[in-house]
Design a protein around this ligand. Sequence first.
Ligand code: HEC
Length: 94
Amino acid sequence: MTRFITIAFSVLFCTCGYADMTKGKKLFDNAKCMECHNVEDFKDKKIRKSKTFLQIQGRVSACQIENDAQWFDEDEHDVAVYLNKKYYHFKEKE
Ligand code: HEC
């Protein structure tokens, strides 16, 4: 909430200094994941099913394939990092 990061280039992937978090957010926002999901799916411990970081990543993978987002493995990882940092707060090694 404290600052906004404006991304000028929405087409090209740039690995020059953007954290996984920023790239993950961009991918997530562009893929229209929220057409099916709402924040509670990830945030609410009573609703969400993932218990580890790897489970988040596995579900991100399944959902992006089903919805033809055409992400690479690295992209799935970045989105999982984004969701984990924002909502789940698991250790990334698990
Ligand atoms: C067509 C509807 C639909 C779309 C679009 C969709 N999802 Fe999902 N997603 C689901 C459903 C249904 C589940 C629950 C599956 C289950 O319980 O096994 C789910 C579960 C998940 C979970 C696990 C939540 C938990 O319980 O911890 C994650 C993470 C996730 N989706 C990420 C994504 C991402 C990232 C995208 C965008 C690429 C996306 N989803 C797009 C339907 C969708």
